[in-house]
Design a protein around this ligand. Structure first.
Ligand SMILES: [Zn+2]
Length: 256
């Protein structure tokens, strides 16, 4: 998935990225939605965007260069940190199944629809209307398990996104398309992995439906915070850049 410009968040339609922000830190999400706070892309995010552009929209490379001059040298070549994107793409090219899925369909397709009475949008990396699948390319640090309050699969954080995108395909094409994630790691050398969220598995189907029910449960509160009817509280976590920047000084008792 390509990094989102600030306008992606100030739009009235909800997206997976914005939803995730609201769930993490409502105060930050509100600031981003109102254009008071911008999400500065990290090197990892830029590397992901770069891989995405090279694979799904190579013709957009010049526009990408113009928007991200910092990752290129004055000669217009990729800086060392980002040169690795080319190695990652070459690794993908060696896998015909993955490469065909990523390059044969309709790239960067914006779909919209209604979920829990709220307008949603999703920018899908590649859609294959004929094959009834859509593919999301993920650049990731590792294709192994990751620690997130417990060990889980590297792709576990994408269930909500896959459920939203699948629902948007159902509303757009009249049939729910099967989500597929192609992962490429930023390691040296890079690894590749593919994951199908196939509804032929009842467990996968149940989980995707559960994600939509979670949205039904918390979207009303989120929309109330968005409009200002409810207070958008800060998460106050030291890992949150917005909260570090905006929290006041708090002298508290030492804990053991
Ligand atoms: Zn926060």
């Amino acid at each position: 998935m390509t990094e989102q410009p600030a306008s992606y968040f100030t739009d009235s339609r909800m997206s997976n990225s914005e939803l995730r922000l609201w769930r993490q830190c409502p105060a930050k999400a509100k600031a981003v939605h109102e254009g008071r706070w911008t999400i500065e892309p990290t090197d990892a995010m830029l590397l992901g965007s770069l891989v995405d552009i090279i694979v799904t929209q190579p013709e957009q490379m010049d526009a990408f260069k113009a928007e991200n001059p910092d990752i290129f040298t004055q000669k217009g070549e990729l800086r060392a940190t980002f040169k690795h994107a080319e190695v990652m793409v070459e690794r993908l090219k060696r896998e015909p199944v993955a490469w065909n899925m990523l390059t044969w369909g309709e790239p960067q397709k914006m779909l919209t629809g209604e979920i829990a009475k709220v307008e949603f949008k999703g920018l899908l990396d590649v859609v294959h209307p004929g094959k009834r699948i859509f593919v999301d390319l993920k650049t990731t640090r590792t294709l192994g398990d990751v620690y997130n309050d417990g060990w889980e699969k590297w792709y576990n954080r994408y269930w909500t996104q896959m459920a939203i995108y699948r629902e948007l395909t159902r509303q757009t094409y009249g049939e729910a398309f099967e989500p597929v994630i192609v992962g490429v790691s930023s390691e040296k050398p890079p690894g590749v992995d593919g994951v199908a969220f196939s509804s032929r598995s009842q467990m996968i189907e149940d989980r995707l439906q559960m994600e939509l029910r979670f949205i039904e449960e918390d979207i009303e509160q989120i929309m109330a915070m968005r409009t200002g009817e409810a207070e958008a509280e800060p998460c106050s976590l030291p890992t949150c850049d917005y909260c570090r920047e905006t929290a006041g000084f708090d002298l508290k008792l030492a804990e053991m």
